[in-house]
Design a protein around this ligand. Sequence first.
Ligand code: GLV
Ligand code: MN
Ligand code: MN
Length: 409
Amino acid sequence: VRERAQGDLLARFQEAWDELAEIGRNPEGGYDRFAWTEADRQMRAWFSRAAAERNMTLEQDRNGNLWAWWGEPGDGAIVTGSHLDSVPGGGAFDGPLGVVGSFLAVDELRSRHEESPPRAVAVVDFSDEEGARFGVACVGSRLMTGELDPDRARRLVDESGVTLAEAMRSAGVDDKLLGPDEARLSAITTYVELHIEQGRALADFDAPVGVATAIWPHGRWRLRFKGEANHAGTARLQDRHDPMLVFAAVVTAAREAAARHQCLATVGKALVHPNATNGVASSLQAWLDARAPDAETLNSVITEVRAAAEASANEQGVEFECYQESVTAAVSFNSDLRRRIVTLLGGVPEIPTGAGHDAGILSERIPTAMVFARNPTGVSHSPAERSSVEDCLAGVRALAVILEDLVWG
Ligand code: GLV
Ligand code: MN
Ligand code: MN
């Protein structure tokens, strides 16, 4: 372990990155690493190996999150980590940077400290952070805090009708055990997550790393439009019940409402049935993602989009239904911890984000903090997402400084 830890940080970062590079990679160069799929299994197997190589004790908790322990698990643990799943066509960094970076930060600390740490340090891989397959984001951390009801979680279904319970079972997780994990939560003193920046503020600050201040409240809504299948070449326009028209109205209404309220609303996913070129669609499902600086603005946007959808649905004789899949309240990261970290790192920029994170879910219960590594592209949830190796390593070193202070300070 010691030899490994003393090896060159850059070489070890690249080694880990190469090990992950082909897992779940699609032909466009993006990553499809959805929860409880083969790609996810391989990512989790990598996590197990990373723990074993370091003689860290591996544990899978009741909600399928993976933990690698340095030191005796017990009260007062300091936890760091992120997630290894991805959105469809995701980038390489969102998630994996935090997990790889956590193992490397632990290596840094082990190269400096002969003895076991006075309080345990754990690296965690939260399961199903993106919610790409079953619709709800941060499933592992939400189950752990009790924010997601285990019965509801078990019944979530993917596009092929597989339930989350079945998917977890086939991956070797006993879904009967899902649920709040109070003992585990109360044994954690602090959680720190390293993550790629998902905008381009740090490039403007000319800073390799920054610290998160807050997460905007955000949510996901599933929209269903039911019309009537018909012949594209014969059905008169006035006789049609075309759900695609209502969908188009919703997409435009979301964009306009977001611009009016200076927030964000996106329709990034839609499923058309039966998806024929020469037919009026019979039904359509779409997902609306909306994020705003405060809950009131978020509500206004959703209300306005729904009103536009209902008006268009009436006009077209289409049935419309809107179901809230998840909503996450505003997160303000613990200010004492944040100040401590900013001071430790010598006054790095502090920036808010519109992206959701397990750190945001845990912040309801324990002090949490996030460190961002600069992403000059400003692009995320895309293969274009990028952080230079130097900035990734700046993130790892920052994480090591923070953990050292939290464990030994
Ligand atoms: C997670 O990355 C989210 O904000 O959707
Ligand atoms: Mn993400
Ligand atoms: Mn992420």
